[in-house]
Design a protein around this ligand. Structure first.
Ligand SMILES: [Fe+2]
Ligand SMILES: [Fe+2]
Length: 508
């Protein structure tokens, strides 16, 4: 399929030579993946008549769409970044298009995209990982960088997914002395895939760059053209889209997490006016309940819909973990898990912990006061998500310098952040951590440093079921070979009605 998706022969008319070329091109689904796609890019200087030519793949004709310019100025370096966005709507489902990104006076850059299928008509694949970073140092190399951050892009692209879910911590620009160059490296690295298929992000704690907008997300928000959430202030921080019979919800957990995860000593010490302007990277509660209200309304709508079989949440920090990196966060259990239970979320993909781990379906909590999720089922190979939500930590995208300080052979023990110590915008709050039983852990890999997961969606099987077959691919440090290491299946009846349900305490 990939071979059929190269650029079509659209007409090219170069104008004045020497103008800045389009760079860092990537595509994103709109709220309806079957009909809406946006193409986004940057330029190193103001572009003249930035626009998109788009037409059916292989066809020489095409319509032209003017792009919107959005800019931000980085608080650390003072660099102004110019981004361009061309949203498209009214497209036919499950169709391949070719496009050219055009500036007056510059060579056009080509790409392709495929719209999503409508309803339960077609099988498709998506992929996911978090915690990516960049393939080579930017600036003084303060931020994470590994060759695998490059190799994983090729490994994902080789599977030809319809789209990719990027579970936060995209490039760690907030810890770099060269944040704009770090973002440029990130998009330059992924564009060979993201120019042809959406890489749909969730904002992680390292997308919080103190001084860039009121909550540090201005770079992230400016660079992406994501489905709306009814807010200008929080545009892109949470959003949803429908692809086939799946509703995907992307959320930003910094709003609910207790951990002080966005703190950067480099930005504290080097962003001009950090103290005078009152910059504060601790974001707990920053949406003032807006995100949670949006999430509950979205989940309720998905639950009511007769056309949605699967609800998938893409987020960064986790509700459960047995690796001693950050730990899971009690704030997620308090704020989000009751909603996941009540509205029947099927699958959560996350990162933040830089290993691979997945749970049994969980619903309700165990006794003990830590809101420890209760496992429902004991077969790690095939699970019915009517029983509960399956969570996956896929944090080996590329920043895997950290190794969990846990004996891989020991039984899993949950690690939970239950609070933070004193701190301020100038001094990071330390996490208060406790241990707990981990009967929810179905499988974990604390040894393989890098990896991603693929999800093969079968919307309608003989016997009236629908399934998602999951494969985890892992690679050794410095290796381009991503080998299948874990497989499991989620399966349930097509059109299974979801009933609103109360939380349960499981005792014993
Ligand atoms: Fe990370
Ligand atoms: Fe993180």
């Amino acid at each position: 399929m990939a071979g059929a998706r190269r650029a079509p022969a659209l007409v090219c008319r170069p104008d004045v030579a020497g103008a800045p070329p389009p760079e860092q091109i990537h595509v994103q689904f709109g709220a309806d993946a079957a009909t809406q796609i946006a193409v986004s890019w940057t330029a190193p200087a103001p572009a003249a008549r930035p626009r998109l030519r788009v037409g059916p793949a292989g066809d020489g004709s095409g319509r032209e769409v003017l792009a919107q310019e959005r800019v931000y100025t980085d608080a650390l370096t003072g660099e102004t970044v110019r981004t361009y966005h061309a949203p498209l709507g009214g497209l036919p489902p499950d169709t391949v298009f070719g496009y050219q990104v055009v500036h007056d006076g510059a060579d056009p850059v080509t790409g392709t995209f495929r719209t999503g299928p409508r309803g339960r008509g077609s099988r498709f694949r998506f992929t996911s990982f978090g915690d990516h970073s960049i393939p080579a140092p930017a600036g003084r190399g303060l931020g994470p960088h590994t060759p695998n951050a490059g190799y994983i892009v090729d490994a994902v692209d080789a599977l030809d997914p319809l789209f990719h879910l990027m579970n936060g911590d995209l490039c760690y620009a907030n810890v770099s002395d060269a944040p704009v160059a770090t973002w440029a490296s990130y998009f330059t690295n992924i564009t060979r895939s993201a120019r042809h298929r959406p890489w749909m992000p969730a904002a992680g704690n390292h997308e919080n760059e103190a001084g860039n907008g009121p909550h540090g997300h201005l770079s992230y928000q400016t660079r992406f053209e994501l489905p709306g959430n009814g807010s200008v202030e929080f545009q892109g921080n949470w959003y949803a889209f429908t692809v086939g019979a799946i509703r995907v919800l992307s959320i930003n957990n910094d709003d609910v997490c207790l951990q002080d995860g966005g703190f950067s000593t480099y930005r504290r010490d080097h962003v001009p006016g950090y103290r005078a302007y009152g910059y504060d990277p601790y974001l707990h509660g920053y949406s003032r309940g807006r995100q949670r209200a949006w999430l509950e309304a979205e989940l309720a709508a998905a639950q009511r819909s007769g056309e949605i079989d699967w609800i998938v949440v893409c987020m960064h920090q986790v509700a459960m973990s047995s690796a001693r990196l950050n730990g899971a966060d009690l704030g997620i259990r308090q704020e989000l898990m009751p909603l996941f239970d009540a509205y029947g979320v099927d699958l959560v993909v996350a990162g933040h912990e830089h290993h691979y781990e997945r749970t049994f379906p969980v619903r309700g909590v165990l006794a003990g006061g830590l809101l420890t999720p209760a496992p429902r089922g004991s077969d790690p190979a095939e699970m019915d998500t009517r029983d509960g939500t399956v969570h996956m930590i896929i944090g080996g995208g590329g920043h895997s310098a950290l190794r969990p300080a846990v004996d891989p052979g020991a039984p899993p023990e949950g690690v939970l952040i239950v609070g933070v110590g004193p701190g301020s915008p100038q001094r990071q709050r330390r996490s208060v951590i406790t241990a707990e039983p981990a009967p929810w852990s179905a499988y974990r890999d604390l040894v393989t440093p890098f990896g991603f997961a693929s999800f093969d969606v079968v919307p309608a099987e003989p016997g009236g079921t629908t399934s998602i077959s999951v494969t985890y691919y892992g690679a050794a440090e410095g290796s381009r070979v991503y080998a299948p290491l874990d497989r499991f299946v989620l399966r349930k009846p097509v059109g299974a009605r979801r009933q609103p349900r109360a939380r349960q305490l499981v005792t014993g």
